[in-house]
Design a protein around this ligand. Structure first.
Ligand code: GLA
Ligand code: ZN
Length: 707
């Protein structure tokens, strides 16, 4: 009884505050201090291009001739060459052929098409694996792979590094000062793991460095006394083989971190050659969404520009179209936030369809323009494709391309690409502008790995990435741009930070959160916050640990994992009811105010959402996984209270902003499948080339970009 009474008292207080929040008006002037950053000064305007594999067509000069002509018709100004060209460059060890690429790069350049040149290390020649089997990976059972496929070199192999260095140096000799060369693309879609003896040795060395050559320290941090898993020496430590030690969570996590470290080390080996020999040419590699196997935040530090490959499952049967696009927006935001002072690149996207989704549906008319401009809206200065022309054979013969097997420029797909090319030309002014977000969400690879590795909750519903994507989409409803940052990023740029399920607290994160709130920031954390430190040892004395229980004014005493059929709800003061799914923590509230309470079960009436003010800001704790609508409601209130400029968007309409040198570009994207209207829109529409003042009506998939 006491508990409910307290809850209502304090909720009434908070509710009053809510009405006050509604009065906060747009408080911040945009477009004042963001500097334009042009990625490629050689190219005027946004980049339009894609992966081009002329080496597959060297016996068809007529096709190579047609390619250049058609690229111009499609409004392309760049092509990515050489991604898997090793055997064409070097058909036998030490025998090199580059004339073909000279001809093609020259011809492209003469026709205004610039080259992004890849290093060919994404797939190895057969002669290499035959002669140097150490280049082939070993799997998690300790079995050496046979030759084949791609993206599967051993990251430690000295021989492979040497062979790659040779071919990369040759590429620089041949093309390093080609006027058409604008960028190096390192390998392709790094991924996977290797359990070979060379990698094991490097892992042991990595661990010895990390734990100061003290096996006692490692034993302590990994809690190895449990099940008598203590080690006497670093040489005893094996990777988490599937038929070996997969039960030590410390080992499992460190193996993931090591794999990122080792892959990055491999990548740096290629980068070092290029940086030294062609210091003016920027370097990238292509990322894949939230790929689980590598901490992209760490790899990003070594790159000049972030690029990634976007392949949403458009028109699927399990979510709305706007949710598909919303997840894509989230992915773009992840990439953009890795280098906030510059645009990123959409390195690959499918002009028509892909061949590797469970069902390979065609992109409906209009979706190409929408999805491509969504990338630009989120901060990409390029729209690029995999691939320019469909190959006749092998694994990807049915993967969509700008030019189909039909070979003509009058297909629907070609025409949509060419139309987009025309639109991109109108957007040259957007080039180099960036996004100034007032809101951030924390997404942390280490926390994700730790959540997945930990035994507990339900493996079926942990869903850390999905929770972050939902959070992003919920925030996007308010027309705000959201940066997606690691917990180690600077918090001071933001007014509101959401930290969903931040299970792991690295050193100083709690401290910096406290400073953020004291200085006026609004911080929202959820169930599963701050259970473990960076080595996954639990904090003692109450979660959220490392001092956060004081910042939030709560202690999470228990966490309940619900079966899919279990239901509970939370009640907010203004009759709003939120549905609880999957997880519910039972809180002990110290000095926070209770904002919402549980409806049922033994924790009925107990706090589920709380707030505590500290200094000039507030810390909100959401103890249960709530439905999207309630989270949107809550976010709406907090955004207003935090003084963030918001504009509630119709369902499925996205609003993103880029700015530079005092100019602001606002993108409205209708990612719903009906016509939608947004009121009070002002600016010069770069696509229709007309001034817009009033209500903007967008057809299904329609886009407007207002300067
Ligand atoms: C990835 C690769 C490409 C190609 C496409 C197909 O993004 O980088 O080489 O295989 O997938 O969608
Ligand atoms: Zn290896």
């Amino acid at each position: 009884g006491q508990c409910i009474f307290d809850a209502l008292q304090s909720s009434a207080h908070l509710l009053k505050a809510n009405y006050a929040w509604a009065d906060v008006r747009y408080s911040r002037k945009r477009g004042t201090n963001m500097k334009r950053k042009i990625l490629f000064p050689q190219i005027s305007g946004l980049m339009h291009g894609g992966d081009y594999n002329p080496e597959q067509w060297l016996d068809r000069p007529d096709i190579l001739e047609a390619d250049v002509q058609m690229m111009k018709e499609a409004g392309m100004n760049c092509a990515t060459l050489g991604v898997f060209s090793w055997t064409t460059y070097e058909p036998q060890e030490g025998e090199f052929h580059f004339e073909w690429l000279h001809k093609i790069m020259d011809r492209l350049y003469e026709n205004g098409i610039y080259t992004i040149l890849a290093t060919p290390s994404g797939a190895r020649p057969a002669w290499l694996d035959e002669k140097y089997p150490e280049a082939m990976r070993v799997d998690a059972y300790g079995v050496r792979n046979h030759h084949g496929v791609r993206h599967n070199h051993c990251m430690s192999s000295p021989v492979y590094r040497e062979k790659v260095a040779t071919i990369v140096n040759k590429l620089v000799d041949e093309f390093g000062d080609h006027p058409g060369l604008v960028m190096w693309h390192i390998s392709n879609e790094f991924g996977g793991e290797c359990y070979c003896p060379l990698c094991v040795a490097r892992f042991q060395k990595y661990l010895a460095d990390k734990f100061h050559n003290s096996i006692e320290e490692l034993n302590k941090e990994w809690w190895t006394t449990f099940w008598s898993h203590n080690y006497n020496d670093f040489s005893q430590i094996e990777p988490p083989y599937q038929n070996g030690e997969f039960s030590n969570i410390g080992l499992n996590l460190e193996w993931k971190r090591f794999t990122t470290w080792n892959m990055t080390d491999y990548m740096k080996h290629e980068i070092a050659i290029l940086r030294e020999r062609t210091p003016k040419i920027p370097i990238t590699t292509n990322f894949m969404k939230l790929y689980d196997g590598l901490d992209y935040h760490k790899m990003a530090e070594e790159l000049d520009v972030i690029s990634w490959d976007s392949y949403p499952a458009f028109h699927n049967d399990y979510e709305s179209f706007s949710d598909t696009l919303g997840e894509n927006a989230f992915d773009h935001a992840v990439m953009r936030s890795m280098k906030k002072d510059r645009p990123f690149m959409l390195m690959e996207s499918a002009p028509g369809l892909v061949n590797w989704h469970p069902y390979n549906k065609i992109k409906r008319p209009g979706v190409h323009q929408l999805a491509s401009l969504q990338a630009v809206a989120l901060g990409s200065d390029t729209v690029q494709y995999f691939q320019w022309r469909k190959g006749r054979g092998s694994f990807e013969q049915y993967h969509g391309a700008v030019v189909d097997h039909l070979g003509t420029n009058d297909t629907r797909v070609f025409k949509e690409v060419a139309e987009l090319g025309e639109t991109l030309k109108k957007l040259s002014d957007v080039q180099g502008s960036v996004t100034k977000a007032e809101v951030a969400m924390i997404y942390d690879w280490d926390s994700r790995w730790a959540i997945d590795i930990m035994k507990g909750l339900s493996q079926e519903t942990k869903n850390y990435p999905k929770t972050c994507i939902d959070t992003y989409r919920n925030l996007m409803r308010f027309g705000v741009d959201v940066d997606v940052i690691p917990s180690t990023a600077d918090f001071s740029d933001y007014k509101f930070i959401v930290a969903p399920m931040l299970y792991m607290l690295k050193p100083n994160v709690a401290e910096r959160m406290k400073t953020f709130v004291e200085n006026g920031g609004h911080l929202l954390a959820t169930y599963l916050t701050g259970y473990v430190d960076e080595n996954q040892l639990n904090f003692l004395g109450g979660f959220p640990g490392d001092g956060l229980k004081d910042l939030f004014g709560v202690i999470s005493e228990e966490i309940d994992t619900l079966y899919p059929s279990d239901t509970n709800a939370v009640h907010f003061p203004d009759d709003m009811v939120g549905q609880v799914r999957d997880y519910a923590e039972v809180l002990r509230v110290n000095d926070a105010r209770t904002y919402a309470t549980y409806e049922s079960d033994y924790y009925a009436g107990m706090p589920a959402v709380t707030v505590k003010d500290t200094g000039k800001g507030s810390a909100y704790y959401v103890a249960a996984r709530l439905d999207n609508e309630s989270m949107q409601n809550l976010f709406g209130r907090i955004l207003k209270r935090a003084g963030v400029s918001i504009k509630r968007m119709p369902l499925g309409v996205e609003c993103h902003t880029r700015e530079a040198d005092g100019k602001v570009y606002t993108f409205y994207l209708n990612c719903s499948e009906q016509e939608q209207s947004v009121s009070d829109v002002h600016g010069y529409d770069l696509i229709t080339e007309k001034q817009m003042d009033g209500t903007l009506t967008l057809p299904k998939y329609g886009v407007a970009i207002l300067a």
